[in-house]
Ligand binder design. Structure first.
Ligand code: PEP
Ligand code: MG
Length: 550
């Protein structure tokens, strides 16, 4: 019998063969028992021990995240630490064991439900949302009471786990990668959703937009996850596994061959240079920069550092993070994009601005620089951090979602003001992200106020073709290579040339080898992409000949 091979809407790269573990994000079933009065003291002690173990485990997780400087989940875990020692949870659960003569799990479950009911009536959306944290803290204690390893947040411990869930946020992707998952499959998502971009960056095989996978697969099933082709096979036959094992061996040989390109210059066969830089989402991805010989960081998506943060870290903390990027690139260039948060990341929007997002159409709503103009304090705080770091290396600042030259002028004025007030040298270059069709149309004007352009093709395609970049239903339109996109690129480059400023491409198209020749011939100065793609593109570039088209 042939096992069907099925296609996903979006993919990263690589191949994984592994056993499925479904992420069960629901409640853990608990025993409900009545106890005798003489058992109360032991039961209370058991609860206290469960809390102590939870706290030890949390402390350890926080330490690990601190070492890695992963700020986002760390901030959530700190809230959990506070909740664990909150008398509302601990003392009241003990009182319930004593008065109602019930076991610790049952008393805890009741108390969690009581607290959650109170939270549900709170008006402040931020606090209301914390009800999930109470649930997670309670689940952690219950797990310790029952001596279980977490199955809903952590992989089961085998070396070949493929995790399956409804969706993974970008922080989950990094977390599960660190825990050793060999692949991820999500029901939601499309070609250029942010989680898949992160998976590409760290080289983790991942598929998104795999509908019904949760109902089709069972825990322990074997899966071949082919993120090269974007396909998956459930419970394959032995000969299919063998075929894929051979394929993986071949891929390994290809990768070894690519290593030779780590120290080669990024030039065409006839010596025309086009720098290959890295797109980074998290600081801890820097370990890969040297391995692939990245010529700087062309896009640091700074908002990922702050995901789940309650507030924006102070300028000194931010500066330390940017300085690490500088060190990893031997002084730069490091291109820090200003926070690109907005309606597409409603939690982050709320946590950073303190407001609820109410716009009906997030991708067209308050995003990027539009949002930062509305909350100048946030902008000021980030500029402060970036300018501090710019004293120790070549930092470039990139402004997202630009649609008018005023937006760039405003950022420049604020930078000048901060430098003046703080006695800092102004040695930063300010770039415009070209990702809104309006910016292309006024590229001449924008080029006059910008030090460089960086074309964000992910959004530029989305807005030009009016197709949601993460909707699997419209992926065929999004990825159709519509001629309007080439025209947009040509128009932008012509304007930049007239003004003598360089152009980088930093969207996913930069890593698409069908486009490398066009970019070379358009005189694109640099391509910035997931580190994983740098070597194959450098190899491809080395075979091309430069034939200018503008
Ligand atoms: C883009 O839009 O092409 C881009 C690089 O930015 P992001 O994917 O973060 O929106
Ligand atoms: Mg964008």
């Amino acid at each position: 019998m042939n096992v069907p091979v099925l296609k996903a809407a979006g993919k990263s790269t690589g191949i994984a063969i592994g056993r499925i573990q479904k992420l069960t994000r629901g409640r853990i079933p608990i025993p409900e028992k009545n106890i005798r009065p003489d058992e109360v003291a032991d039961e209370v002690e058991r609860l206290k021990q469960g809390i102590r173990h939870s706290l030890d485990e949390l402390n350890l997780e926080c330490e690990q995240l601190e070492q890695l400087e992963i700020l986002d989940p760390l901030l959530i875990l700190e809230v959990h630490r506070m909740l664990l020692s909150d008398p509302e949870l601990t003392d009241k659960t003990i009182a319930s064991i004593e008065q109602n003569l019930i076991n610790a799990e049952w008393a805890l479950r009741q108390q969690i439900d009581r607290i959650k009911t109170i939270f549900a009536t709170i008006e402040d959306p931020y606090l209301r949302e914390r009800s999930d944290d109470i649930e997670q803290v309670g689940a952690r204690i219950i797990r310790h009471l029952q001596g279980h390893e977490p199955d809903h947040e952590r992989i089961a411990g085998t070396s070949d786990t493929i995790l399956i869930a409804d969706d993974f946020n970008p922080v989950d992707v990094v977390k599960f990668w660190r825990q050793g998952a060999v692949g991820l499959v999500a029901e939601q998502g499309g070609m250029n959703a942010h989680n898949i971009i992160v998976a590409r960056g760290i080289g983790l095989p991942m598929l998104v937009g795999v509908s019904d996978i949760l109902s089709r697969a069972r825990d322990g099933d074997i899966m071949i996850l082919d993120a090269e082709l974007g396909t998956w096979t459930l419970n394959p036959q032995a000969q299919d596994i063998r075929k894929y094992e051979l394929f993986c061996d071949a891929l390994h040989i290809v990768e070894q061959d690519l290593q030779a390109y780590a120290s080669r210059p990024s030039t065409s066969e006839d010596g025309h240079a086009m720098a290959l830089q890295a797109n980074l989402e998290f600081v801890d991805e820097i370990s890969m920069l040297q391995q692939v010989g990245a010529e700087g960081i062309g896009l640091f998506r700074s908002e990922f550092m702050f995901m789940n943060a309650r507030q924006l870290p102070d300028p000194a903390t931010q500066a330390r993070c940017y300085e690490r990027l500088l060190q990893a690139t031997d002084g730069g260039p490091v291109t820090v994009r200003l926070l690109d948060i907005g309606g597409d990341k409603p939690l982050l929007f709320r946590e950073i601005t303190g407001h609820e997002y109410t716009g009906a159409n997030p991708a067209l709503g308050l995003r990027g620089i539009r949002l930062l103009r509305q909350w100048p304090k946030i902008l000021q705080q980030q500029l402060n951090g970036i300018l501090l770091a710019s004293q120790s290396g070549m930092i470039q600042l990139l402004v997202p979602m630009v649609a008018s030259s005023e937006e760039i002028e405003l950022v420049r004025e604020m930078c000048e003001q901060i430098c003046r007030h703080q006695g800092l040298a102004f040695n930063i270059r300010i770039g415009t992200m070209i990702e809104v069709p309006a910016a292309v149309m006024i590229a001449d004007e924008l080029a006059k106020v910008s030090d460089f352009f960086s074309i964000g093709t992910n959004d530029l395609i989305q807005y030009t073709l009016a197709t949601d970049r993460s909707d699997e239903e419209t992926d065929h339109i999004y990825g159709s290579g519509h001629p309007a996109i080439l025209k947009m690129l040509e128009y932008t480059v012509r304007a930049a040339k007239r003004q003598g400023i360089p152009v980088t491409v930093c969207g996913e198209l930069a890593a698409d080898d069908n486009w490398t020749e066009t970019f070379l011939n358009l005189d694109i100065h640099a391509l910035s992409m997931s580190t994983h793609n740098i070597l194959p593109i450098r190899k491809h570039l080395a075979k091309l000949r430069y034939q200018p088209i503008l």
